[in-house]
Design a protein around this ligand. Structure first.
Ligand code: HEM
Length: 364
């Protein structure tokens, strides 16, 4: 620790004050985080990312590679000369997008054939901790890298998503984890044939001190009041709660993660409005098993609904939106794109000049 600190001190003295301050902040965070330790689930992914900073600093006389967290940074060549500030542009973010898309295509032996759904869940759980009253939580910080947040029951299983992204972070060390997780959610939705999701970069990774308390994400065993408590706290209304829930067209529940079991739809790796359609058209009854209370469809007995999903058709204000989205996929795509963009941007202090980016899907 001491020699790494000295290496940092030597290296940082070579740079102008503004950059040095940024680097010092990043480095102090790095050392503090190392002392405090990470969540038991995400240790590998998070520590290696932060260690990039230390590794870069340790290059010493061989030259320096310095990256801030996505908003521009000093980039030096291996011969030691400073090359200038690296400011990522749209093309750079599209490269990250393409890399995630390529890995999604390659790694098709996971779950139902794609990491896409779990990447969407990672981006949502990173964002869904936001509290509009205090301005805390949200995607700006990627604090799920640390215990206790990574170990919150609601986040069980998301290490798979973080590990999937670690090689991408290593290939593009200039992007913050916070921006990477959201960009990957955007990529997963688009690559799974969903709507275009506009993206803005600018999130900064925060220290362990910014971890949010347990209990900010929804509890699937509850009902409509709980959904409103959780989503109103983030700043959403009833229509938006229903539109966001359409993400459950994707993926599945796992007994070793949430305790629940099974997918919501027959095409869990394609974004569709099937979730709403099935909610309305199927007959749902309690599944007979020893696990937590969940519903199963009468026809195939292979699909599931959570108590919170069923609340969308028993609640008078939610139900009309379920009916609208079941009838009109274009409307669902339009509203889903708008509401998930809002979710991904909760509490992020973007610079005014930050423009929305639209990535080209690889299968377009
Ligand atoms: C409305 C309240 C919500 C509740 C109670 C809830 C609960 C759950 C639960 C229990 C799982 C299963 C986790 C597992 O066992 O692997 C799950 C999975 C998932 N959730 Fe939600 N969720 C909610 C909202 C959302 C929202 C707003 C999104 C995204 C916009 C979302 C996206 C997903 C996805 C994509 C999966 C599948 C993950 C996978 O296949 O690994 N959920 N959710």
């Amino acid at each position: 620790m001491a020699s790494a600190t000295r290496t940092f001190a030597r290296a940082s003295s070579a740079f102008r004050t503004g950059t040095r301050n940024t680097l010092l902040t990043v480095s102090r965070q790095t050392f503090r985080c190392q002392r405090r330790g990470y969540a038991s689930e995400p240790t590998k992914s998070s520590s290696s990312g932060l260690l990039i900073g230390v590794g870069a600093l340790a290059l010493g006389g061989a030259g320096y590679y310095f990256y801030t967290q996505g908003n521009g940074s000093l980039l030096s060549g291996s011969s030691g000369e400073t090359k200038g500030i690296f400011t990522p542009r749209f093309e750079d973010y599209q490269k990250v997008y393409n890399e995630v898309a390529e890995r999604l295509e390659e790694k098709d032996d996971y779950d139902d054939g794609s990491y896409g759904p779990v990447l969407v869940r990672l981006a949502w759980h990173a964002s869904g901790t936001f509290d509009k009253e205090t301005g805390t939580g949200g995607s700006n910080g990627a604090t799920m890298r640390f215990a206790p947040e990574g170990d919150h029951g609601a986040n069980a299983g998301l290490k798979a998503a973080r590990d999937f992204l670690e090689p991408v972070k290593q290939k593009f060390p200039w992007i913050s984890y916070s921006d990477l997780w959201i960009l990957s959610g955007v990529c997963a939705i688009q690559e799974m044939q969903g709507p275009t999701i506009p993206y803005r970069p600018g999130r900064l990774d925060k220290d362990i001190a910014a971890c949010t308390p347990d209990g900010r994400l929804p509890d699937a065993s509850q009902g409509n009041k709980h959904l409103r408590d959780i989503f109103y706290r983030m700043g959403f209304n009833d229509q938006e709660i229903v539109a966001l829930s359409g993400a459950h067209a994707l993926g599945r529940c796992h007994t070793d993660r949430s305790g629940f079991e099974g997918p919501w739809t027959f095409s869990p790796t394609v974004v569709t409005n099937d979730y709403y359609d099935l909610l309305l058209k199927e007959k749902w009854s309690w599944k007979k098993w020893n696990g937590p209370k969940q519903y199963e469809d009468k026809t195939s007995k292979s699909l599931m609904m959570l108590p919170t999903d069923m609340a969308l058709i028993t609640d008078k204000s939610f139900r009309p939106w379920v009916e609208k989205y079941a009838k009109d996929n274009d409307l669902f795509f339009k509203d889903f794109s708008a509401v998930i963009t809002k979710l991904f941007e909760l509490g992020v202090p973007f610079a005014e000049s930050t423009e929305k980016m639209t990535f080209k899907p690889t299968n377009a």
